[in-house]
Each structure stands twice: as structure tokens, then as C-alpha cells.
Design a protein around this ligand. Structure first.
Ligand SMILES: NC(=O)c1ccc[n+]([C@@H]2O[C@H](COP(=O)([O-])OP(=O)(O)OC[C@H]3O[C@@H](n4cnc5c(N)ncnc54)[C@H](O)[C@@H]3O)[C@@H](O)[C@H]2O)c1
Length: 248
């Protein structure tokens, strides 16, 4: 599966799953534009250097994923620099877990804006280019809790379920123009996001995984490589779980 000369835009790629995806796709020959937010400043140069080592074009853009206008500009700039866009990956995401009884409006809004509105923002900004080219692959990183639900994560689960509904809808709207849209739903993956959990809660998750290990960011990146490549040309509107069998 190679991505030679494919032009890729990915949100939130300075660490975790996003970084693993960016590296995997650059290794396969794709040019990478990635976004980062204020908390990632230190990691940007390291990420850029690691991507450039593959000999591809790299562009990093400081933008808050929930900002409609700034995202629009970031994608426009990428399209201008790269001369088009082939793959859009929505990876940026946060958790603000709490039982609904204690969840603040601010935590609800933050999660919905960064996880779900961000997807509307990037797709709206890319769609005309995809339509003109008559091609494009949109890959949205949701979560298995968007399928199953999870206590303490009403905001997060709703945002991820929303991503799935959004993706299936655009797959229907855009399929006739050869634009594909799919979801990757990771299970428990070892990153900063899961490191925040209590060790006992981490262990409880891992014990329930049939493959008996947490997922690695690379496990998700391998699936993203497939969906970004022409090897998945006949796949759209699908949710692919990368979860070691956790949710059957
Ligand atoms: N780690 C897991 O077990 C797991 C499971 C299911 C789904 N996911 C999803 O995978 C994606 C990546 O998560 P991760 O585990 O690598 O977490 P992470 O916290 O390591 O990375 C999250 C990324 O999102 C970016 N981000 C956060 N807020 C942003 C904002 N306002 N604007 C722009 N970027 C922002 C961060 O900079 C970072 O690059 C997320 O969407 C997450 O919901 C993760």
C-alpha cells in the first residue's frame, strides 16, 4: 500500500494516534499537513523532522480544531501549497469525563466542539476540492464507545456517535463523486489519553480485550494507511473497529 504523492491533511498529529498515522502515511510516500494546538508547541519541531526524514513535503499549522474559520484557512493553505488534497483525517479529540449528574455545560461544549464540530469544519473546507478532483478519502477517528456508549462519557460517546452518523451521511452524499468516508473506531490504545486513567481502570479495560493487550497507536495507523490508499477503493460508509476484539 503506497501513497506516493498523495496529499494528506490530519488534525492533531504531534503525539499519540495522530502522530503514528502521520508517520505511517509519510513512510508510504504521502505529503503531510498536520495541525497542532497551543499545548503541543514543543512537539511540533520533533514531529516535523521525523516526517521530513521520509523525504515528503510537510506543513504544520497552528489551529484549534473547533474554530471554523481558522480550519477553513488551514485547509485552503494546504490545498494551495500541495496543489490539491487527497486524504482528510480527523483525529483531534479530547475527553472531559464525568457522570452526567456532575458534568458541566463547559465540558459538554468543549468535547462536542473539538471532537465533532471539528469534523464539520474540515469536511466543509475540503469538499469543493474533492468534488472538483472527483476523488477523496475522509477518515474519521471515532471510538468504540460511540457504538456501545460508556458510563461517565456521555459527552465523548455522543461526539463519537455523531462522527459515525456524519460519516455515513457524507458517504451517501458524496459516493457518486468517488469520495469515500469511513470511520476508525479504536478500542483501548496506549496514549496520553488513556495514561490519564487510574491504573486499576486501565487494567480492567485490558483484561476484557480478547487479544489481551492494549492497542498501540501503530495498530490504528495501519488501518488508516489502508483507508488512505487505493487498496480500499471500494470501501465507504464503514466503521472499522481497531480494538483487539473488545467490542464484538
Ligand atoms: N487512546 C485511545 O484509547 C482512543 C480510543 C478511541 C478513540 N481515540 C481517539 O483517537 C484520537 C487521538 O487520541 P489519542 O489517544 O492519540 O489522544 P492524545 O490526547 O494523545 O491526542 C489528541 C490529539 O488531539 C489534539 N487536540 C486536542 N485538542 C485540540 C484542539 N482543540 N485543536 C486541535 N487539536 C487538538 C492534541 O493536540 C493531540 O494531538 C482522538 O480523537 C481520540 O478520541 C483514542
Amino acid at each position: 500500500m503506497h501513497l506516493k504523492e498523495k496529499r494528506i491533511f490530519i488534525t492533531g498529529a504531534t503525539r499519540g494516534i495522530g502522530k503514528a498515522i502521520a508517520l505511517k502515511l509519510a513512510e508510504a510516500g504521502g505529503h503531510i499537513a498536520f495541525t497542532y494546538c497551543a499545548s503541543d508547541l514543543k512537539a511540533v519541531q520533533v514531529t516535523e523532522a521525523a516526517l521530513r526524514a521520509f523525504g515528503v513535503k510537510v506543513q504544520s499549522i497552528h489551529v484549534d480544531a473547533s474554530d471554523f474559520k481558522a480550519t477553513h484557512k488551514a485547509i485552503e493553505d494546504t490545498i494551495e501549497t500541495f496543489g490539491g488534497l487527497d486524504v482528510l483525517i480527523n483525529n483531534a479529540g479530547i475527553t472531559r469525563d464525568n457522570l452526567l449528574l456532575r458534568m458541566s455545560e463547559a465540558d459538554w461544549d468543549a468535547v462536542l466542539n473539538i471532537n465533532l464540530k471539528s469534523v464539520f469544519n474540515t469536511v466543509k473546507a475540503s469538499i469543493k476540492t474533492f468534488l472538483k478532483q472527483r476523488s477523496g478519502s475522509i477518515i474519521n477517528i471515532a471510538s468504540i464507545v460511540g457504538i456501545s456508549g460508556h458510563a461517565g462519557q456521555t459527552n465523548y460517546a455522543a461526539s463519537k456517535a455523531g462522527m459515525i452518523g456524519f460519516t455515513k451521511s457524507i458517504a451517501l452524499e458524496l459516493g457518486s463523486r468517488n469520495i469515500r468516508a469511513n470511520v476508525i473506531a479504536p478500542g483501548f490504545i496506549t496514549t496520553a489519553m488513556t495514561d490519564q486513567m487510574e491504573p486499576s481502570i486501565q487494567q480492567a479495560w485490558i483484561q476484557n480485550i480478547p487479544l489481551k493487550r492494549p492497542g498501540l497507536p501503530e495498530d490504528v495507523a495501519n488501518c488508516a494507511l489502508f483507508l488512505a490508499s487505493d487498496a480500499s477503493n471500494y470501501i465507504t460508509g464503514k466503521v472499522i473497529q481497531v480494538d483487539g476484539g473488545l467490542l464484538t
